[in-house]
Design a protein around this ligand. Structure first.
Ligand SMILES: [Zn+2]
Length: 282
């Protein structure tokens, strides 16, 4: 399966990852220039191809929505080209903390990338903000908003980006559409609070961290609610399993049935359950 470069507004191209893998976004700011949001070194050829297709031979900024490897591992590649990388202080802090070991662990299956990109390593963003910031370019205003409730929702860096002129909201991994989310790096109660603040947000198009983009605020709101209800349901059952009133198999079964039956990336369900029960518990 190949990723799809989807034009969602005059200047915005979403690289929708196949089968719920990570989405990246290109915002074209000038005829040959763009801003890139998130980049995974394992998929750098796809990203380069999308930049070529959209006519963005130069990149003004790379923005990291949060610290996870699939969103930040190409920081090194773009930093080498002198491109400034923007992220929340929460994202930068998380990368500085646990980022090194996580990076090495995620690189284990793809050691050839160390040969292809000599010196490849965890590379921290070099422009950081605390609560919110604005990136202003001719005709392009990007509002970056830090959304990790008490410093930790899906991740410690969760940032949304709103492109004012074309009314596009990029939600990062606070939102997954049509696929099971990765929950085990997160704090689910805080994540629920973050989602509530997004119920009434405004946009014409919505880009999640994983899964298809969403047309219109009404459909977007339904997806934010679905995400919220999924996490609330999952968390409630986790507490039951933790208390010994339900088995982990029953919980996994529940998350794969009913209204969740058609969600993709089903392998995430067992991983989400196991990770919570074997240590990671926030
Ligand atoms: Zn993530």
């Amino acid at each position: 399966m190949e990723s799809e470069v989807k034009k969602i507004s005059p200047s915005v191209f979403a690289i929708i990852g196949p089968e719920g893998s990570t989405n990246f976004t290109i915002i074209k700011t000038r005829p040959d220039t763009g801003v890139l949001i998130d980049a995974d070194i394992r998929r750098i050829d796809e990203i380069e191809e999308a930049l070529r297709l959209t006519g963005c031979s130069k990149i003004e900024y790379l923005i990291d929505t949060h610290e996870h490897f699939d969103h930040t591992s190409a920081n090194f590649y773009f930093a080498q080209r002198g491109i400034p990388i923007i992220a929340s202080a929460g994202c930068r802090g998380a990368m500085g903390g646990q980022g090194g070991p996580d990076f090495e662990r995620m690189m284990k299956p793809v050691p050839e990338l160390y040969e292809r990109f000599p010196g490849l390593c965890l590379t921290l963003p070099n422009v950081q903000f605390n609560e919110s910031t604005k990136v202003t370019l001719p005709g392009v205003t990007l509002h970056l908003e830090y959304r990790a409730e008490n410093g930790h929702s899906h991740s410690k860096g969760d940032t949304t980006i709103y492109f004012e002129e074309e009314e596009i909201l990029i939600a990062g991994d606070l939102l997954y559409t049509e696929v099971h989310p990765v929950t085990f790096f997160g704090n689910i109660p805080n994540w629920l609070s973050s989602l509530k603040t997004l119920f009434d947000s405004h946009y014409k198009q919505l880009v999640p961290g994983h899964g298809p983009s969403v047309d219109g605020e009404q459909r977007g709101r339904a997806y934010f609610r679905k995400m919220h209800d999924y996490l609330e349901d999952f968390y409630g059952h986790l507490l039951e399993v933790k208390a010994g009133r339900e088995s982990s198999d029953e919980l996994a079964q529940h998350m794969l049935s009913g209204s969740y039956r058609d969600l993709g990336k089903t392998r995430m369900v067992q991983r989400n359950v196991n990770q919570f029960l074997t240590g990671r518990w926030f």
